[in-house]
Design a protein around this ligand. Structure first.
Ligand code: NDP
Length: 292
């Protein structure tokens, strides 16, 4: 391989390989817990027929099986009344086999997602979306960290990227990615700027960053030329272009030329989300065990 090609490869943060390794470690931990009489259990609730949601749910089930985690699946019809879903969540809150409850989003329009998330016990909120857990994250003491931001932090940690004193620019301020990852970076002593659709001169903000975390959902909107030479680029975006191609929020090839490390799409942040869901479920089981 030519030197240039090797250099480019070494810059890649291989989320797929990191995730595989972590899943092996999780499976070993699960085996150890089972020997002590504790099987981690995850309940996944899917309402309706949304094809993308069905795919995610089946990926989560397969990942649970591979790790030895007990997985309980509830597939409910599209017209399920909100009261029935609330009752199911309440039952799962009290189900001793279940350490984690995941209600797949988005929910059908007649259901208030906030009410459902708030009904999940914070001690089983392995998605980390409950306002209690979000608040705990902000004050630096989360019970569970939301899976995608947690996966981003894990990628940085495993790759040996220290955030202390770094300028981190997060593009996107959603409750599931942008905001939580910003607070997680703050907890690691980074100086954090959060950008969004009303940010003036995004290019200048991105250009100052030692670490750019892009979570926008717009294909290649962050140009490679904006990246400060030597910066780390974490691309959370998953954007479908044409029939099959997936691209991130960052113009990958051009950013690769300037970055010191970069996540590809696919194969970067994507595989980490389910991995961290498994990790949170195991963590919840350990909390149950420690309570006796
Ligand atoms: P949201 O749509 O909830 O949020 C997008 C954010 O991007 C908003 O804060 C929005 O700003 C901001 N934004 C939109 N346009 C611009 C712009 N021109 N300049 C700057 N900011 C802009 O998305 P999510 O956070 O849910 O997801 C982001 C991306 O990450 C998507 O591609 C999604 O598919 C992907 N994703 C990947 C996951 C994984 O890898 N497992 C998991 C979750 C998401 P404003 O708030 O002002 O509207």
């Amino acid at each position: 391989m030519a030197d240039e090609g090797r250099m480019k490869l070494s810059k890649l943060i291989d989320g797929k390989a990191i995730s595989q390794k972590l899943r092996q470690d999780i499976a070993k931990e699960v085996a150890g817990l089972k020997e002590k009489g504790y099987t981690p259990g995850l309940a996944v609730v899917l309402v309706g027929e949304d094809p993308a949601s069905r795919t995610y749910v089946s990926m989560k089930e397969k990942a649970c099986q591979a790790a030895g985690i007990f997985s309980l699946e509830h597939k409910l019809p599209e017209d399920t009344p909100q009261a029935d879903l609330l009752k199911l969540v309440e039952d799962l809150n009290h189900d001793e086999r279940i350490d984690g409850i995941l209600v797949q989003l988005p929910l059908p329009g007649h259901i208030n997602s906030d009410r459902i998330i708030e009904a999940i016990s914070p001690h089983k909120d392995v998605d980390g979306f409950h306002p209690y857990n979000f608040g705990m994250l902000v004050i630096g003491k989360p019970l569970f960290q939301p899976c995608t931001p947690y996966g981003i932090m894990k990628l940085l940690e495993v790759t040996g990227i220290d955030l202390k004193g770094k300028e981190v620019v997060v593009v996107g301020r959603s409750n599931i990615v942008g905001k939580p990852v910003a607070f997680m970076c703050l907890a690691k002593h980074a100086t954090v700027t959060i950008c969004h659709s009303r940010t003036v001169d995004l290019q200048a903000k991105v250009g100052q960053a030692d670490v750019v975390i892009a979570a926008v959902g717009k294909a290649e909107m962050i140009k490679g030329a904006w990246i400060k030479p030597g910066a780390v680029v974490i691309d959370v975006g998953i954007n479908r272009v044409g029939e099959k191609k997936l691209v991130g929020d960052v113009e990958f090839e051009a950013a690769l030329e300037r970055a010191s490390a970069i996540t590809p799409v696919p194969g970067g942040v994507g595989p980490m989300t389910i991995t961290m869901l498994l990790a949170n479920t195991v963590e919840s089981c350990k909390q149950r065990m420690n309570k006796g």
